[in-house]
Ligand binder design. Structure first.
Ligand code: PHE
Length: 397
């Protein structure tokens, strides 16, 4: 690098200007007399030095633009190395030295010119090679077909339900699957020793000693009633899709993980009529206009009154008898199928979220999505939702 700069005279890509030589060292910028070269043997040593630099320069010419710099540095008419040698060494040489310098210069020029041309060809064919490699991929061939998945049936049913409630002004909120007992129970008016906890008691997390409070997998989406009302003032109209967990043994209708959509509407003058009308609208949208709904009294600590909604049996059309005679096995001959629990929000709950129970009223519901999907699509085992056998999934593209 040091030497090369001295010889080329001009900065060149890849050189470091910090190593730029002082001009006194730039041999091609000086005359032979100046350099103390008086013997033919000294001339060949000097040309050998030039040639060595040329070889190492040529290694730096790796692509078109560095090759051009390389070529100009050596063959450039004004200040290329060969011109400098002609001007400073040849033209100023004594007559007998001129012969020696002339011969060496001719030889050098032939070498430089042929090598520079060689380099050009090599670079060009290298580019062609990469282009050829690129062309080896036949872009007109059809690609590898990767089977596209689809939404899980549960996801599809979530979407259907969301669409129905969107159409009547509800929005979607989501909440944590790991809850505190406060949100899962207490704020829903289920104090610690309330017997309904026995039905629901569930998976508590193993927490390190000294943890601030116990945590559990939520047993229902109802905690989001509380979290939503804590954050928003009425009017509130939300649905909450999500996973819930209970300590149930798996069978055709039970799973320790399942899905719910919670609903909550609270405003200043929401009546029981709004409540049943909303549910009826939903059920007809979801199952079809032909179905009927009914409600029966029920009990939940966070609704008052509480009800259980039923839908007329979608398998026997509500008649209670099977197509081929006998009783319908789905509704056991009653003509009705139990759908989900619901009710008017218990005023005690408003106390936990600092709503004025005298001014607001509302309703809530909690639907089991797996159950709704099983009814709508005639699936008789809840476990298929969790096994995810593609033969099942493919039936619901
Ligand atoms: N959270 C109740 C359950 O999981 C369902 C419910 C929700 C009932 C809202 C009334 C109101 O069983």
């Amino acid at each position: 690098m040091f030497q090369r700069q001295a010889l080329c005279g001009a900065p060149y890509p890849g050189t470091n200007s910090a190593t730029n030589m002082a001009s006194s060292e730039n041999k091609t910028a000086r005359t032979l007399a100046d350099l103390g070269v008086t013997q033919p043997t000294q001339v060949s040593a000097l040309f050998l030095e030039v040639r060595t630099r040329f070889e190492s320069d040529s290694l730096l010419a790796r692509d078109e633009s560095s090759w051009k710099h390389f070529r100009d540095a050596w063959l450039g008419r004004k200040s290329g190395v060969l011109t400098q040698i002609t001007d400073h060494w040849l033209k100023t040489a004594t007559p007998e030295m001129k012969r020696v310098v002339g011969a060496a210069l001719n030889e050098l020029r032939a070498h430089v010119e042929s090598q520079i041309e060689e380099r050009r060809k090599a670079i060009e064919s290298g580019t062609q090679e990469t282009a050829a490699a690129r062309d080896r991929f036949d872009l007109s061939l059809p690609g590898v077909i990767r089977p596209l998945g689809s939404h899980h049936l549960i996801g599809q049913v979530f979407q259907q339900i969301e669409d129905i409630f969107f159409s009547i002004g509800f929005s979607v909120v989501e909440g944590p699957e790991i809850e505190t007992p406060y949100y899962n129970f207490e704020a829903l008016n289920i104090p610690e020793f309330h017997p309904v906890r026995d039905d629901m008691d569930t998976f508590y997390l193993d927490l390190p000693k000294g943890a601030a409070q116990p945590l559990l997998l939520r047993t229902h989406t109802s905690p989001m009633q509380i979290r939503t009302m804590e954050k928003r003032q009425p009017p509130v109209r939300v649905i909450v899709p999500g996973k819930v967990y209970r300590r149930d043994n798996p069978d055709a209708t039970h799973s320790f993980i399942f899905h719910q959509v919670e609903g909550l509407a609270v405003d200043q003058d929401i009546t029981f009529c709004d409540f049943t009308g909303t549910i009826e609208y939903f059920v007809k949208q979801f199952f079809g206009a032909g179905v009927k709904t009914r409600f029966r009294p029920s009990y939940f600590p966070f609704t008052e009154p509480s009800v259980e909604f039923d839908v007329s049996c979608i398998f026997c059309g509500g008649s209670g008898s099977a197509a081929g005679g006998g009783t319908c096995s789905k509704c056991k001959g009653s003509g009705w199928i139990e759908l989900f629990g619901a009710g008017m929000v218990d005023p005690a709950v408003y106390g936990f979220v600092k709503y004025d129970a005298k001014k607001v009223s509302g309703f809530a519901f909690g639907m089991g999505i797996d159950r709704l999907a099983m009814l709508k699509y005639g699936i008789d085992d809840i476990q298929v939702f969790f096994q995810n056998d593609v033969r099942f999934l493919r039936q619901f593209p």
